[in-house]
Design a protein around this ligand. Structure first.
Ligand SMILES: [Fe+2]
Length: 397
């Protein structure tokens, strides 16, 4: 699924410019359109086969977190051999009992556990150009899992199965961040009410208060959290860069018993130097590029049974891009891609291939070389370099 299909009937441009971060809105869709994003049987397999670290899976009811030791107890892997191999193992009977009693189950980072969710997460990340985190919420009955609260990131809610009722209130502090938790007055007045059904997408901007209640049927929704850079992020980075470049910033302040005029003159000199620095051309783009370049690629694996055969020789081999946030610069003969702070240099065809791959849609080798208009041998060679650099993977041949 591409980003436009996710936010239909709006266009991607309309969603990003008119809705994202501005207002709550439900986008209605056909009931089965997200069914394969996280089928019930896959959810059961994830719960059965995955070991959840502390805090990665939570169960809550009426705003109270249930003690994880009651459903995710620590056990020994090989009790007869070693006391050292301890891990947590979900107790299916207990989990189902809590859920039958109206609790909500939340899985953090479910995009690291199931490929279709990972792919949609990467697609959103590539389009919005900000880090995306995905949490799954599973519930029955009609009891809310969490109290009325707000989140410090814009949310795209994808209702996969069933339906939920949402009560929304406008922010009592506009665009708050995580430092504001516990500091903001509660909402007042009647809420906006939405019933979000399977196939619907809802946007909840940062800071909007919300109360989510299952509507007496089994329900699964995914919350894609978009963590945009803020003015505070920029200023924090800029102040550190300013310190590196400016002797006055590194210099000691005047002595405590100096006259006020000395303190005031020093503060004025700092203000002027900082003001000049902050308004130097291209500083915000430079910050964003440095942020992008520091972001690690997503994980991918390209293992195949035939070690004596080149997987890229197959036209059907699927290529997936793992670095939607990477910083990319190109000339006609060179492309530099920086992820996790490390720059990788590629030859003349890389630019055209990245332009096709960068929306994070999986592409077959034949589709990729046709869309990029790059010869077969060059496509293979550059994709091979992408895979070695950890920027792409060949999960399927
Ligand atoms: Fe929330």
């Amino acid at each position: 699924m591409d980003f436009s299909a996710l936010v239909a009937p709006l266009s991607a441009h309309e969603f990003i410019t008119d809705v994202l971060g501005c207002r709550a809105q439900v986008l209605r869709g056909s009931p089965d359109r997200f069914a394969s994003l996280l089928p019930w049987w896959e959810l059961n397999n994830i719960l059965r086969f995955h070991r959840f670290e502390e805090g990665q899976l939570r169960i809550a009811r009426n705003g109270v977190r249930i003690d994880p030791d009651t459903y995710n107890p620590e056990t020994l892997t090989y009790p007869e051999r070693s006391q050292l191999m301890r891990h947590r193992k979900l107790d299916g009977v207990s989990v189902q009992q809590h859920l039958r009693e109206g609790a909500t189950l939340q899985i953090f980072g479910i995009d690291e556990l199931y490929e279709p969710v990972a792919r949609l997460s990467a697609v959103i990340e590539a389009k919005i150009r900000e880090r995306v985190y995905v949490h799954a919420f599973v519930s029955w009955g009609s009891t809310q899992g969490y109290k009325t609260h707000w989140d410090d990131s814009d949310g795209i809610i994808v209702q996969v199965h069933g339906r939920k009722k949402w009560h929304l209130w406008e922010p009592t502090r506009v665009r708050p961040d995580h430092r504001d938790y516990g500091e903001i007055p509660p909402p007042h007045g009647p809420p906006q009410e939405f019933v979000v059904r399977a196939g619907d997408v809802m946007h909840v901007p940062k800071g909007w208060w919300h109360l989510v209640t299952p509507d007496d049927e089994a329900s699964v929704h995914l919350a894609f959290s978009l963590t945009a850079r803020t003015g505070h992020d920029f200023l924090t980075w800029a102040l550190d860069e300013f310190r590196k470049d400016t002797e006055l910033c590194r210099a000691d302040l005047p002595l405590r018993d100096s006259q006020d005029i000395v303190h005031n003159r020093h503060a004025g000199d700092l203000r002027e130097a900082l003001s000049n620095y902050l308004t130097s051309p291209g500083l915000i783009p430079l910050f964003l590029r440095s942020y992008d370049a520091a972001q690690p690629a997503r994980r991918g694996f390209s293992l195949h049974p035939a070690t004596d055969r080149d997987p890229l020789a197959s036209d059907a081999a699927i290529v997936t891009w793992l670095a939607p946030l990477a910083d990319i610069e190109s000339t006609s003969t060179w492309t530099g891609i920086t992820a996790a702070g490390q720059r990788h240099d590629f030859g003349p065809h890389a630019q055209a291939l990245v332009a096709v791959l960068r929306d994070c849609q999986p592409r077959s080798m034949i589709e990729l070389r046709r869309l990029a208009n790059v010869p077969v041998a060059d496509t293979r060679e550059v994709v091979r370099q992408f895979v070695i650099a950890g920027l792409a993977a060949i999960p399927v041949i």
